[in-house]
Structures are given as C-alpha cells and as structure tokens.
Design a protein around this ligand. Structure first.
Ligand SMILES: [Zn+2]
Length: 389
C-alpha cells in the first residue's frame, strides 16, 4: 500500500484551491491543507514524496467512451482494432474509463468487454462498462440489460445504442423507450448511473427520437446521454437544447478537418459553455480504440482512423490555447462525468475521495499520475505498464 505526500500542489479541484499539500494512503486522499506537512521519520522511510511546485494538480481524467476491446470491424475482420493497452490511458492522464461495444457487437460480445475491463482493473485502472452495443435488442450477459446492470458490478449503463446512423438497428421510439426504462429502473435499484448512452450518426434525424421519447414517457431527461454531438453543427445545436432539458451531452474529441460540418471538441466545449446551458451537463470523451471510418453514399468504408486516448488532454490544451480557464474546461473531463456516472468518490480533489490525481507540467503534458494512490507515471515516464506492453 502506497503512502504518498504531494507537496506544494497548485490544486484545481476542478475549482482553483491554490497551494495545497496532500497526504495519500489506502487509495484515498487522507488529508489536504495549505500548511506544510512533515511526516514522522518511520513513515518518511516508507512513503513517496512528490514535490509538485510550479505544476498543476487536478483529478485524473474520466473518459466516458472507450472501446477498450478495440472497436472497428467495419471493413472486414482485418479492420478489428486491437485492445488499448494500459499505458495508452495513463500517459494521457486518464484514470477512469467506461468501456463499450460499438458497431461490432457480434464478433465481439459482453464477455470479451467484461474480461478486458477486469484486466485493466487488475493492472490498476478504474474501469466500468456499458451493457449492449449499437444494436437492438442489445447483446446481454444475463438475458436482459436490466439484470446485467443489477447483477454485474462493473456495468453501469447501456450503450452505445446507435440512432440516426445507417449502421443502427433503426430502432423505433417504443424500442428505445423500452431500453431506456430498463436502464433507468436498474439505476434506481442499484444507485448506478443507469443511463442510455446513445451513439449519434450523421443522419438528418439527429436527436428527434430522443425528443419524442421524452415527450411520450415519464423518464427523466438524465437517462438519455447522446454522444458524438459535435459531428454536425446542427446536431450540436440540438444537443445544447437537450442539455437545457436535463440531459448530459457528450462531445467526442475526434480529429476535424477545416472544411467539415463538425466542431472540434475544444471549440464545441467553448460554444457549449458560452450558450448558457448548464455547465455541469457537458462531457468530453475520446472514443479511444474506436474506428473512425468514413463511408461513401453506398455505405462502404472509403478510409478510416482510430480514436486516441491522448485526444482528451489535447482538447484541454487546445481549450486553454483558445483562452478558456482550466477551471472552466476541466469539469467536462472530471467532475461532470463523475456526476453523470454516479462515481461519487471520483472527479474532484477532496479529502476522502479516491486518490486519482493528475499532475501536469508547464507544457500540459503528464508529469505524475496516481490511480487510487498507486503511482503510474512519475516525471513523465510510466512506472507501471500493461501485462503485454
Ligand atoms: Zn459511436
């Protein structure tokens, strides 16, 4: 068990707390204060002392949309993306991932997803997952998504169920409502997030189905959690309106070309925050390990790329370069996803919370990373790696 003292930390909790000293032990933040702390000699010999003077310390990033198994498979079996190894996350400042299945929920399934999540947990990362995948009825472990969520600890929601996309099951409003209700009820029973994470495609229907579902049912808006909302500018405007109604919307940090009808994540976040919509109802995720295919009019892949875990930190840096304050943009990758996912001890730097901590250097690169008190990155280099790295 690691005992660590982080001295002279300039803490963004995400709100700025100024210089603090943090005592870490038993996976948690045991103490934090602005008076310098000296450990008694016997403890000093068994602890790690980190001087974070001049560096910014914040919660580890929470990436709410990761294809941990590797996604893809859209242009033949050779296009199945391999699993994402541990250090790909930790070197990108990520301490918690939510893994999911996408287009391919037939050659891959919930058992492979869970095994990959548990492997990441064994390697020290915080890892949760969504039941199901793109399609309806969703792929399940136990026969229903409701019992998957009730009985499988690591599964906290359903997704990414695809709508407004040629790869979706073209679900009807009633089908979507049935899945959302299972999700909501499981959330009520367990205290888990119980959200329906929705993949939005390029289709012109956009969020129409979600609006219809809200009008036709008693389900709270928080259950519906659309992602990729910055892929079309009109869709993004719809998402901002949905956030005003109570949903949390997720921006994807994918690469955007200058002539594309999409917003890069940093610009989307700036536009969201300027819109006056609730600042705690927006998140940014990486889509790491996912395939980023482009299709021609017949639905054939013309070219593809793979989502990168580094995209979250890159988005933070870009947002800062656009003149936004760190405390304004940090919630979208820390406290906002923690609140949505009901991970109550994560996403903020506070006494009693999990010691998931990211220390950034002056260039915005990872200097130190702790996951539940264990040091994964020290002085910019990984000290722990995945089993096959
Ligand atoms: Zn997707």
């Amino acid at each position: 068990m690691t005992l660590a003292l982080i001295k002279n930390a300039n803490v963004y909790a995400p709100e700025p707390l100024g210089t603090q000293h943090l005592l870490i032990g038993g996976n948690r933040i045991l103490w934090m204060g602005n008076e310098s702390l000296e450990l008694p000699v016997p403890l000093r010999e068994v602890s790690t002392i980190i001087d974070a003077a001049g560096l910014r310390t914040m919660p580890g990033l929470i990436d709410g949309h990761v294809h941990v198994t590797g996604g893809g498979g859209e242009a033949g079996f050779r296009t199945r993306v391999p699993p994402v190894p541990l250090s790909r996350f930790t070197t990108a400042g990520i301490t918690t991932v939510v893994g999911l299945l996408g287009t391919d929920d037939v050659a891959r399934g919930p058992t492979e997803l869970l095994a990959t999540l548990y492997a990441l947990r064994e390697e020290g990362l915080n890892a949760y997952g969504y039941a199901g995948g793109y399609h309806v009825p969703p792929a399940t472990l136990t026969g229903s998504v409701r019992s998957d969520l009730v009985f499988v600890e690591a599964l906290i929601g359903i997704g990414e169920v695809a709508i407004s996309d040629h790869r979706s099951s073209q679900p009807t409003c009633d089908e979507l409502l049935r899945i959302a209700s299972e999700c909501h009820l499981a959330g009520v029973m367990t205290g888990k997030a119980g959200i329906l994470h929705l993949h939005l495609g390029d289709g012109p229907r956009g969020l129409e189905l979600v609006r219809e579902a809200l009008e036709k049912s008693e389900l709270p808006a928080r259950v519906f959690n659309p992602t990729h909302v910055n892929r079309r500018r009109v869709l993004f405007d719809e998402a901002v309106e949905l956030a005003r109604r109570g949903s949390t919307v997720d921006i994807t940090a994918f690469p955007v070309a200058a002539d594309e009808d999409a917003w890069p994540a940093s610009e989307a976040l700036e536009r969201y925050l300027a819109s006056g919509a609730p600042p705690d109802r927006v998140t940014v995720s990486s889509d790491a390990g996912g395939c980023l295919p482009c299709f021609d009019a017949d639905g054939r892949v013309s070219h593809m790329d793979v989502g990168s875990a580094g995209a979250l930190l890159a988005t933070l840096r870009e947002a800062l370069a656009r003149g936004l304050a760190l405390e304004a943009v940090l919630p979208a990758v820390t406290s906002n996803p923690a609140k949505l996912l009901r991970l109550t001890r994560k996403g903020t730097v506070a006494v009693g919370h999990d010691a998931d901590l990211l220390v950034l250097d002056a260039n915005g690169a990872v200097h130190t990373l702790l996951v539940r008190g264990e040091i994964h990155i020290r002085d910019g280099a990984p000290v722990l790696r995945g089993t096959f790295e």
